[in-house]
Design a binder for this molecule. Structure first.
Ligand code: NIG
Ligand code: FE
Length: 413
């Protein structure tokens, strides 16, 4: 089946030669084509170009879509989510409004442990059904690839249950899905005071079992003050690497914890959050393969300082931005909102924000060879916007869904 999308007002983020990521000053450049066409063959991008291309007059298509007045953009890639969870945590949200900090809530057994209890009690089917509602929501908002972490299990059984839910999503959802084992997301109450024994559990049981069942692409650790130390993180990343899982870690959300340097040392694909990032951390990231990934939703929701995205880009780094969708610190799957926050709160130009939420997040979840831009041979994951006046309007008009029609694998959703 061949589809022609024609009369596109602006075809955004095209690549003649597909790159894996963009860094520094490259981030402010997008190859956009005005008055463009896009040809899809089944689930793949076959060609694109200007409407003046004479080929269009002689070729035959099974379906034609007129996108007059509308833009076409590659689907967002959401490279950091905790999409599988049970229940919600709005009571803690009110506690936060009343003045309790994220760490204080965690210390008294709330936060991640609260979600863990609910996940342990939920069936695989319930978790899957809930997650698929969020998948449907994110699809409508223009997301075409998603990384999903475990981390609310806390026991071997519940962590494997979460990862099997992710596998089920991978098999049935139209998005590109990648799975991450986040066994070390919090310290279960019964392991308080003997945290090393919990790290043993992750290293000796969770990682090998997830690897045996082929359940995880990546390994993650919450490496931060009050959670896991750099030494503990290194043990887990080493074990993950032995089992073929590349690292993608939570780092420097609560303090300059050494997490960023640890991520670089272990050649992590990404290190995420980064509210506490100084000159040493930026120097460590320079020349590395690790994508700094900022989670604007969590900083907004927890009223945290904003990570220095502008300084990072000016220092030549690439930056990715993801939703961090989770019940505690960012209950939203809306990457359009992340696009707006990138510009408003982090002072990214609209072009930089688009690169940060498409190609660079694709890199941060290891899928930039198949997603993240409009390039021949990539998956036909894209959306047609509502009629919009300019590219800048996309981040400018926050809070409104600007996606009119979403396509994944060439199929309208
Ligand atoms: O990425 N920072 C650690 N983990 C999650 C929050 C998890 C939760 O509070 O449930 C995050 O923000
Ligand atoms: Fe997270």
């Amino acid at each position: 089946m061949r589809t022609l999308v024609k009369n596109i007002k602006l075809l955004i983020n095209t690549e003649l030669v597909a790159r894996t990521r963009v860094q520094g000053s490259e981030m402010s450049h997008l190859d956009n084509i005005a008055n463009a066409f896009l040809i899809i063959a089944d689930d793949t991008i076959e060609a694109f170009g200007s409407m003046s291309d004479p080929r269009l007059n002689v070729e035959h298509f099974d379906r034609e879509i007129d996108a007059s007045g509308r833009m076409v953009m590659p689907s967002f890639c959401d490279s950091h989510t905790h999409l599988v969870y049970a229940g919600s945590r709005e009571i803690e949200y009110v506690d936060k409004i009343r003045g309790l900090s994220y760490e204080e809530i965690a210390q008294r057994g709330g936060g991640i442990l609260n979600s863990a209890l609910r996940v342990q009690q939920a069936s695989e089917q319930e978790l899957y059904d809930d997650a698929m509602l969020r998948i449907a929501q994110m699809t409508k908002l223009g997301t075409g690839a998603v990384e999903i972490k475990s981390g609310y299990g806390m026991t071997v059984e519940a962590e494997m249950k979460m990862l099997r839910v992710v596998r089920h999503i991978k098999e049935t959802a139209p998005l590109v899905v990648r799975a991450t084992l986040l066994g070390a997301h919090g310290i279960p109450l019964e392991y308080r005071g003997r945290q090393e024994a919990f790290v043993d559990l992750v290293v000796d049981r969770m990682i090998p079992q997830a690897a045996d069942e082929g359940l995880a692409d990546f390994i993650d650790v919450f490496c931060d003050r009050g959670f896991f130390t750099v030494a503990e993180t290194e043990r887990m990343l080493e074990a993950g690497a032995k089992h073929g899982m590349r690292a993608k870690i939570h780092a420097n959300e609560l303090a300059c914890s050494g997490g960023i340097q640890c991520a670089v040392k272990w050649n992590a694909l990404s290190c995420d959050h980064l509210e506490y990032t100084g000159a040493d951390e930026i120097a460590a990231l320079q020349g590395s393969a690790t994508m700094p990934t900022i989670l604007p939703g969590a900083a907004f929701f927890l009223n945290m300082p904003f990570a220095p995205a502008r300084t990072m880009i000016d220092a030549g780094l690439g930056v990715a931005m993801a939703s961090d969708c989770n019940p505690g610190s960012s209950p939203s799957v809306n990457m359009q909102l992340i696009l707006s926050m990138a510009c408003i709160n982090y002072r990214l130009l609209p072009e930089e924000a688009i690169n940060a939420t498409t190609l660079n997040t694709a890199y941060a979840m290891g899928v930039s060879h198949m997603a993240g831009s409009i390039a021949v041979g990539k998956k036909a994951n894209f959306f047609i916007t509502k009629p919009v006046p300019t590219l800048e309007y996309l981040p400018y008009s926050y809070g409104e869904n600007k996606v009119e029609r979403a396509f994944l694998n060439g199929k309208e959703q």
